[in-house]
Design a protein around this ligand. Structure first.
Ligand code: ZN
Length: 104
């Protein structure tokens, strides 16, 4: 698993300007150890016009967030939490919330 989080995970931002917000991971960069989270760390980007159906202009796109600034979201706790990894009998790894033991 490497970073502990993967694409599609719901995470809460625990540091920086978007602290307290949550969103879904769109991209994981294992080399740079950062993630792109939907709607988080938005930066304005000037888009070049690419034909009639893709007009140029300013678009807000999510920029990478360091993986240490996100916490896996536990639906039972209702917030970002620390988690542990449990190995099942069939060797499947599951992630559990350290607080409530819920599978994340
Ligand atoms: Zn929990």
């Amino acid at each position: 698993m490497g970073l502990g989080v993967k694409k599609g995970d719901k995470v809460e931002i625990v540091a920086g300007k978007d602290k307290g917000k949550s969103g879904k991971i769109l991209v994981v960069n294992y080399t740079k150890r950062n993630v792109i989270v939907d709607g988080i760390n938005l930066v304005k980007k000037h888009m070049r016009q690419r034909g009639e159906n893709a007009p140029g202009g300013i678009k807000e796109i999510p920029a990478p967030v360091d993986v240490s600034n996100v916490a896996l979201y536990c639906s039972k706790c209702g917030k970002g939490v620390k988690f542990g990894v449990k190995l099942l009998k069939d060797k499947t790894k599951i992630r559990v919330c350290k607080k409530c033991q819920q599978t994340i």
